[in-house]
Design a protein around this ligand. Structure first.
Ligand SMILES: [Zn+2]
Length: 287
């Protein structure tokens, strides 16, 4: 994408005439959108559509798609900051529709019920066994982990504050705005075909920046089966859960391998570490 160049976006309908709904030209800066020039036949005078109008069209499509989601998702969406992050969330919710029943973050009631179960006691015993093994293999260091659920509010906060989410979301929004500028394929007032087309487009779009946190509601920590292990020496964190520390604190310092040794020697109930996004500290308990 060439920055500092403002591309004019135009709908095909507007380009080829016959458009009775063409909007007024509103002066103001336009977002640069990669690939937008491909829509423009050479030498043609182009009517401009303001960035505000394009954003509004995208929001109409997002709102219409949102209506098809489970109520729990519909309650989360307004709590996500800004259109780009919400759009990225919608993309992930579309891909996880079939997981709503089994993978959604537990309610306080479900957590309380699980904590009384024998499966919970067994999982805690397995976590202790891994810790004991790690401490025995690595004198002077100790392994800790949070054994509480990551609440839905915490997951929403993470989604709203994590830089990788905004990076991927901004990229996704540029692609979507570029696509729906075509008012033949994507009607300004979306019908069923336009909406289905947009859903397919959005679902197929893969931003180059992979999110480093799960879309709210689908963190593996939302059910008590995922554990992030932290290496400490006394009060000091030697290897924690920061994405930026993976290479130095985990891989080069050897803790990625040492944790894996302790997990596999201390228990047969864990799989991991998480591969995408890569988290050498994250293991999942398999009942
Ligand atoms: Zn984790």
């Amino acid at each position: 994408m060439v920055l500092n160049i403002y591309y004019l976006m135009v709908s095909l309908t507007a380009l080829f005439g016959g458009d009775t709904t063409m909007r007024a030209v509103v002066p103001g800066p336009l977002l640069p959108v990669a690939g937008a020039t491909a829509l423009m036949p050479a030498g043609m005078m182009l009517p401009a559509i303001s960035s505000g109008t394009r954003d509004a069209k995208l929001r109409i499509y997002m709102d219409d798609l949102g209506k098809g989601f489970d109520k729990r998702v519909q309650e989360v969406l307004p709590k996500i900051d800004g259109v780009p992050r919400r759009l990225l969330a919608i993309r992930y919710y579309m891909r996880r529709k079939s997981d709503m029943r089994t993978k959604w973050t537990w309610t306080p009631k479900q957590i309380a019920r699980y904590k009384k179960s024998s499966e919970y006691s067994r999982s805690m015993a397995e976590v202790d066994s891994v810790k004991w093994k790690f401490n025995a293999l690595n004198p002077g260091y100790n392994l800790t982990t949070n054994t509480e659920v990551r609440t839905l509010d915490d997951q929403i906060r993470n989604w709203n504050q994590t830089p990788s989410i905004l990076a991927g979301a901004t990229e996704l929004m540029a692609s979507c705005i570029n696509a729906i500028a075509d008012s033949v394929l994507y009607l300004d007032d979306p019908d069923r075909a336009s909406l289905a087309r947009f859903a397919r487009f959005l679902e197929g779009c893969q931003p180059s920046q992979i999110p480093t946190v799960a879309v709210p509601g689908f963190s593996q920590h939302g059910q008590l089966r995922a554990f992030d292990f932290v290496v400490r020496s006394g009060d000091r964190i030697v290897a924690g859960t920061e994405t930026g520390s993976i290479r130095s604190a985990w891989d080069r310092a050897g803790w990625t391998a040492k944790l894996h040794d302790a997990v596999t020697q201390g228990s047969r109930r864990f799989v991991g570490p998480l591969a995408s996004p890569r988290e050498p500290w994250h293991y999942t308990y398999q009942p």
